[in-house]
Design a protein around this ligand. Structure first.
Ligand SMILES: Nc1ncnc2c1ncn2[C@@H]1O[C@H](COP(=O)(O)OP(=O)(O)OP(=O)(O)O)[C@@H](O)[C@H]1O
Ligand SMILES: Cc1ncc(COP(=O)(O)O)c(N)n1
Length: 265
């Protein structure tokens, strides 16, 4: 049976990040994809022009309509925009208790534009984070959640993942894409095990939506694999392959998208 996976996130008309990237990653990783939209974002490879946030009541309406009808095997949460939307998602998680919830705590786009209101960071940390199974912050997001300075060395990642776990996250995937070096290393920590996930650093300008793609691939794979480490390792391999294939695309003038190709799996 094909697994059903839903993304709760914002949009990207250029198809590189957000809902559009998530749905492609779901399909490419063997899942049936569905979506609940939290914000309409006028953005492309060069940046964000405008954001229209969906009213929290309508996020609730999308979630309840969907979850009353469809069996959901995993959830990926991305851009949430504000505290009202976060609380609408928290209420739905409490009511329906879906399995395998992955939170990509999206705060700022690659272009530097804010996608989460600064005052909503505490709500995300205190109310949503303890209710999810895996969080996937990049290094600036991890620092923001902990109220710390951003770390700059892979050696500091295990201790930081430990501090994130203390906030209530069951599994932490700390993404090291913002470090420099030949490898783009991430760290998975949970269930008393801490594992560095090395990955070839692909030289490309097509790196828009890498975090969205990774968390969506993890959500698609988790119900199809025996545990989190297996799903996360495979999703990282998928992302590296999608980055490697991104040179085949000609989309926009800024940070282009990765290529979600179905032959991979
Ligand atoms: N050039 C690259 N080559 C290979 N892997 C990369 C590269 N850049 C980022 N990654 C990987 O992409 C994933 C996302 O990492 P990153 O730390 O950039 O997250 P992010 O900032 O949330 O991404 P984004 O905001 O672009 O969606 C990680 O697995 C990271 O290791
Ligand atoms: C709707 C949405 N969600 C997430 C991102 C982050 O992706 P990136 O950091 O690559 O801009 C984005 N730009 N838009």
């Amino acid at each position: 049976m094909i697994v059903n996976v839903v993304t709760i996130a914002g949009t990207d008309p250029s198809g590189g990040a957000g809902i559009q990237a998530d749905l492609k990653a779901f399909s490419a990783n063997g899942a049936y994809g569905m979506s609940v939209i939290t914000a309409l974002v006028a953005q492309t490879t060069t940046g964000v022009a405008e954001v229209r946030e969906v009213p929290p009541e309508f996020v609730t309406a999308q979630l309840t309509t969907l979850l009353d009808d469809v069996r959901v095997d995993a959830v990926k949460i991305g851009m949430l925009a504000n505290a009202g939307v976060i609380r609408a998602v928290v209420a739905a998680l409490d009511r329906y208790a879906p399995p395998h919830v992955v939170l990509d705590p999206v705060m700022v786009a690659k272009s530097g534009d804010r996608l989460l209101a600064p005052e909503a960071v505490a709500v995300l940390r205190d109310e949503l984070l303890p209710r999810v199974d895996l969080i996937t912050p990049n290094l600036p997001e991890a620092a923001d959640l902990l109220g710390e300075r951003e770390i700059r060395r892979a050696d500091d990642m295990p201790a930081q993942a430990e501090r994130l776990a203390e906030l209530g996250a069951k599994q932490v995937l700390l993404k090291g894409g913002h470090l420099t070096g030949e490898s783009s290393v991430d760290l998975l920590s949970g269930d008393g095990v801490c594992e560095f996930l090395p990955g070839e650093r692909v030289v490309t300008n097509n790196d828009h939506g890498t975090g969205c793609t990774l968390s969506a691939a993890i959500a698609a794979l988790r119900p199809q694999r025996p545990d989190w480490p297996t799903a996360v390792r495979e999703a990282k391999q998928y992302l590296t392959a999608a980055l490697r294939e991104s040179h085949r695309l000609d989309v926009g003038h800024g940070h282009g998208p990765v290529h979600h190709f179905h032959q991979w799996w």
